[in-house]
Ligand binder design. Structure first.
Ligand SMILES: [Zn+2]
Length: 116
């Protein structure tokens, strides 16, 4: 029997970081504790690590709000839907899963947040 005494790792050893199931380890940014944030000025939605000190928009640097995980941004030119979203966000409404349908019109939105 011939032993390899060169001390070098055999080809294929470099893949040791891959788990036993054959999948690569998740990248370091793939945190499970992510918040969906919305910039009210840009009408842009991002995912960021959850923070207790508030969020800033990565595009304009302004304040952004945690809009809730169930939020789906309307199309950029859907101005009536954006009016509802911005009204709800500015009144502290959060789009939560299993919370029923979110308000779609301004009258529904006013009723939901208690503003008449
Ligand atoms: Zn912004």
């Amino acid at each position: 029997m011939v032993h390899d005494t060169s001390g070098r790792p055999k080809p294929g050893r470099a893949r040791a970081a891959i788990s036993a199931k054959g999948r690569a380890a998740p990248p370091p940014y793939a945190s499970l504790n992510r918040a969906k944030i919305l910039c009210l000025d840009c009408r842009a939605c991002f995912k960021r690590d959850r923070s207790k000190t508030g969020y800033t928009c990565p595009t304009c640097g302004g304040a952004a709000v945690d809009i809730g995980s169930a939020f789906k941004a309307p199309h950029r030119i859907a101005t009536r839907q954006w009016e509802v979203v911005l009204f709800l966000a500015s009144h502290g409404f959060r789009y939560r899963k299993n919370a029923g349908p979110a308000p779609r019109t301004m009258s529904e939105a006013r009723r939901r947040v208690g503003v008449t």
